[in-house]
Design a protein around this ligand. Structure first.
Ligand code: HEM
Length: 212
């Protein structure tokens, strides 16, 4: 789980870097080029298979670990306190992980499938613009990204623990890396729906409430 989790984090960093091209004020030209490069590059398409396998592996192992934790502790804790109660932390990680999985299904259905599988009438930039013109869609993204931040914060703690990296004299570097992944990256992603909803809404889509 730790290794697939860390691999998925490297994808997140790359994905955010590419998506920051959405902020270039050129009507989406660079973003379209980036998207076309992703579609046509065989190396990227191969890495994608590893990526999807890692997502499934990570989600399934998380579910199994959560089930094992439940079986190992049939008697409930008397008091729930976030931070020093591992059962609650494990529940919250499972809950945030499930919402992220649901988010991914919606996300892939909204972008990956039309752009890479079925074909879309509009290019990547305009599809992003169209989708984030909806308040519900953008709001759902911001909420999912908040949960992603929570999930990554706890995920990094347990990954460092599992891999035995803590207490070796470089804890502050590890904390800085974790901070970039659990705070800066989700914040960067969340800025995209917020920016599009408020400043780049598709013309004619003023304050739409449509979800998809
Ligand atoms: C909020 C800003 C985001 C935007 C605008 C965005 C945009 C896109 C687009 C346009 C695609 C289609 C393929 C492509 O051209 O790359 C895609 C694919 C994908 N996205 Fe996102 N994404 C965002 C956030 C996320 C987050 C937070 C995750 C993970 C938690 C994620 C995971 C994926 C995955 C796994 C794929 C399929 C693999 C790939 O195409 O590279 N995305 N995204």
């Amino acid at each position: 789980m730790s290794l697939t989790g860390l691999f998925l984090c490297t994808f997140l960093a790359e994905h955010l870097a590419g998506n920051l091209l959405l902020f270039v004020n050129d009507g989406g030209e660079m973003y379209e080029k980036y998207s076309e490069f992703l579609v046509s590059n065989p190396v990227i398409r191969t890495i994608e298979i590893v990526l999807f396998a890692s997502i499934i592996w990570h989600a399934l192992s998380g579910f199994v670990v959560w089930l094992q934790n439940r079986r190992a502790r049939p008697v409930k804790y008397e008091e729930y306190r976030l931070g020093d109660n591992t059962e609650l932390a494990s529940r919250m990680t499972m809950l945030s992980g499930s919402v992220i999985f649901f988010f991914l299904v919606i996300h892939l259905g909204s972008f990956f499938v039309p752009l890479r599988v079925t074909g879309s009438d509009v290019g990547a930039y305009h599809l992003v613009q169209e989708k984030f013109s909806s308040l519900w869609f953008s709001g759902f993204y911001v909420l999912a990204l908040l949960l992603l931040a929570y999930h990554l914060r706890h995920g990094f703690q347990s990954a460092f623990q599992t891999l035995g990296l803590r207490g070796k004299g470089y804890d502050s570097i590890l904390s800085a890396i974790a901070f970039i992944f659990w705070f800066v990256i989700p914040l960067g992603f969340a800025s995209i729906p917020v920016y599009f909803y408020f400043f780049r809404r598709a013309s004619g889509a003023a304050f739409t409430l449509g979800l998809l």
